[in-house]
Design a protein. Structure first.
Length: 277
């Protein structure tokens, strides 16, 4: 009678209601003799009546937990109404009574791991620097969007090839320019750290060597008759990783000392030597 999806979210509902009740009572006023307001009858009445009669401890936490309970209950009702989109249940509602084709096997999805890495960056940013927190927030937002689209495409049809092509038609025009812009920005930032760490003469040498290597690799790719895409992608990834590692190391070393000229040079005139009158 009750589907697995309904039982799962109904369990979430009961757990959230219990957590809200405990939190609403525990965060209330303890008074002189009560312990965490456990013996405060008014607090229990307020919690059970959703604040209609009696008081509640921390209203924000109580509302968040009760809101989660309400949303879980709504999802549970939808799931039991649509029978978890079960193929046999859907076939019973069809005019011909035929069971539709089952869902195809889902492809590997790495976006949950990316979202977890973004959450880790956000947590680290909370105790270190706001920039790291913002970067983690952007990673989580992008990963959630990609995750949602991948989940939708996997369930579009029963053919995984058609699902993959459908997803690529939507996301490739967005992913390619955005990824290229982010990659260029990161590489420029990494190279700037390298140039600011070494001396002026060494910076010229590093820039010349790097430009020569990139030009040589591009010529090889253009002249070679047949080079697989995996070789090209691996070579480009190797160069990018090398630049990033160099940028991180030089950023940790710090920039070189810059000797600024005196205020007289700002107007194009050398400063007068000391001792001349």
């Amino acid at each position: 009678m009750f589907t697995p999806g309904f039982r799962l979210f109904f369990g979430f509902t009961l757990a959230a209601v219990a957590a809200a009740a405990v939190y609403g009572v525990a965060s209330g006023s303890a008074g002189e003799t009560e312990y965490f307001a456990v013996l405060n009858v008014e607090t229990w009445v307020g919690v059970l009546s959703l604040g209609y009669k009696g008081g509640i401890g921390d209203h924000v936490g109580y509302v968040v937990l009760m809101g989660f309970a309400v949303l879980s209950a709504l999802v549970a009702l939808f799931l039991v109404a649509f029978r978890d989109a079960d193929a046999e249940s859907v076939g019973e509602l069809m005019d011909d009574g035929q069971t539709p084709e089952p869902q195809a096997d889902l492809e590997a999805n790495y976006w949950p791991a990316v979202a977890a890495a973004g959450m880790g960056a956000m947590i680290v940013g909370l105790v270190t620097h706001a920039t790291i927190f913002v970067i983690g927030l952007v990673i989580v937002a992008a990963a959630v969007f990609e995750w949602m689209l991948a989940a939708w495409a996997d369930r579009a049809t029963a053919d995984p090839v058609v699902n993959r092509n459908l997803r690529n038609r939507i996301m490739r025009p967005i992913e390619y320019p955005v990824t290229a812009a982010i990659g260029v920005a990161v590489l420029i930032l990494a190279l700037s750290r390298v140039f600011l760490t070494v001396s002026k003469f060494s910076a010229v040498i590093v820039a010349g060597v790097l430009a020569t290597v990139i030009f040589f690799i591009a010529v090889v790719f253009a002249v070679a008759p047949k080079i697989s895409r995996s070789v090209i992608a691996g070579t480009v990834a190797l160069v990018c990783v090398g630049v990033l590692v160099a940028g991180v190391i030089t950023a940790a070393m710090g920039s070189r000392d810059f000797h600024h000229k005196g205020p007289a040079y700002e107007h194009g005139e050398p400063a007068a030597e000391s001792g001349e009158h």
